[in-house]
Design a protein around this ligand. Structure first.
Ligand SMILES: NC(=O)C1=CN([C@@H]2O[C@H](COP(=O)(O)OP(=O)(O)OC[C@H]3O[C@@H](n4cnc5c(N)ncnc54)[C@H](OP(=O)(O)O)[C@@H]3O)[C@@H](O)[C@H]2O)C=CC1
Ligand SMILES: O=CCCC(=O)O
Length: 370
């Protein structure tokens, strides 16, 4: 990646990712919404002070606490042309110490940099940073690359892609699997889709931020893959730490059932969204919910091979007993109850003697569908 890389969004992930780029020798210009608001406050303050009797030397450091704990407003010079640099908040401070430049708007970042990466909270933030006044789109032109690594839906990604490409720019979506620590350690899993040339050009940066990058084809596929992975992750079952060992064993059966149901739903969602089941298995195996069960059962489930290791009828029996235990102890377990329904459905479909992973068939064809 030649020249300077822009980075929009310095939240938990964005800060760690841009720091990694800096540590590996990339020149980075950053922007964050709160920082730009603070810069505005800073400008206003200096204006007011210049109209007042207070000499600047008297206010070299003003403490100020906002939503992001401003460390200080350090007004260094009355005639400073560039007061943005005098106004850091904690997140940005460390990046600046590592050599980052700070820009005032997304447009200013894109103007300065050939490649701009965004890591923003949600679809509305991703859209706002591109389309609003002083947004990235204003400075997109032929040869500029825009890479959105935020987790959004495929419609949002497509909208951004169309706008960027209509101005001659290149677009890549590249959401990530992995959280704060993997981001700090450069161990993210990058799920890119869109312009292949931009993907190839961005690989040196991806190699610094992540341990593995996937190119998944057309825009939308990265967003979809990320959502499938997080859907599976979000369906983990709770194990009450106060239960005794016997009860814990039954609870762990909940976990297994819920995992298998969530996994089945994920495989189906991926397939119906036009994604490769094998790629989903590869992505899951690299992330925080990698586990021996997905690794072992996944390939056989894709092949519809349910030769029994743990018969489904026993798994459903254990679910039933564990739910009874939940009743006894007034433990609310709606996810487990839903999973039990899927196992009951599988039994009614005549799958009881097959492996418990055959619940995949019941999830695939729920009541009334074919
Ligand atoms: N945290 C995690 O473990 C993971 C998160 N992700 C995804 O990465 C993205 C970032 O997550 P994370 O860093 O945790 O989130 P944070 O909440 O820590 O950061 C969100 C960032 O988005 C900015 N932002 C929010 N709204 C707007 C807006 N309207 N205009 C401009 N900027 C805005 C925030 O700016 P400000 O500081 O001004 O509020 C901040 O820089 C999300 O899409 C998340 O789903 C993906 C993998 C893991
Ligand atoms: O989007 C958040 C994902 C967190 C993780 O993959 O561990």
């Amino acid at each position: 990646m030649e020249g300077e890389v822009g980075f929009l969004g310095l939240g938990i992930m964005g800060k760690a990712m841009s720091m990694n780029l800096l540590r590996h020798g990339f020149k980075v210009t950053v922007w964050n919404r709160t920082l730009s608001r603070l810069a505005l406050i800073c400008f206003s303050l200096v204006y007011l002070l210049s109209k007042s009797q207070i000499a600047f030397d008297d206010v070299s450091t003003l403490q100020c606490h906002g939503p992001k704990q401003v460390r200080s407003l350090d007004i260094r010079s009355p005639s400073s042309q560039n007061l943005t640099y005098a106004c850091y908040f904690e997140e940005c401070d460390e990046l600046v110490e590592h050599g980052a430049s700070v820009a005032e708007t997304p447009a200013a970042v894109v103007k300065k940099c050939k490649y701009t990466i965004a890591m923003l909270s949600d679809p509305s933030a991703a859209l706002s940073v591109v389309f609003d006044k002083d947004g990235a789109l204003e400075q997109i032109c032929r040869g500029k690359g825009y890479i959105d690594m935020s987790t959004v839906d495929s419609d949002t990604s497509t909208k951004i892609s169309e706008a960027i490409t209509s101005k001659g720019g290149y677009f890549l979506e590249a959401p990530v699997s992995g959280s704060k620590k993997p981001a700090e350690d450069g161990q993210l899993v990058i799920l890119a889709a869109g312009e292949k040339t931009l993907y190839e050009e961005a690989l040196p940066a991806f190699d610094v931020m992540g341990k593995k990058s996937f190119f998944l084809g057309k825009v939308g596929n990265g967003a979809k893959m990320k959502l499938v992975v997080n859907m599976i992750m979000g369906r983990a079952e709770y194990i009450d730490p106060h239960l005794n060992d016997v009860h814990k064993e039954l609870q762990s059966c909940f976990l297994l059932c819920s995992m298998m149901n969530a996994f089945s739903e994920g495989l189906i969602l991926a397939d119906k969204s036009g994604l490769s089941s094998q790629t989903l298995l590869d992505v899951l195996d690299l992330g925080g919910i990698a586990n021996p069960m997905f690794k072992m059962k996944g390939p056989t489930m894709i092949q519809k091979n349910y030769s029994p290791a743990f018969p489904l009828k026993h798994q459903q029996k254990d679910m039933r007993l564990a739910l009874a235990l939940g009743d006894e102890n007034s433990v609310s377990m709606p996810v487990a109850a839903a999973s039990n329904e899927a196992f009951k459905k599988a039994r009614s479909m005549g799958l009881g003697d097959l492996d418990f992973s055959a619940v995949f068939e019941a999830v695939k064809f729920p009541e009334g569908s074919s």
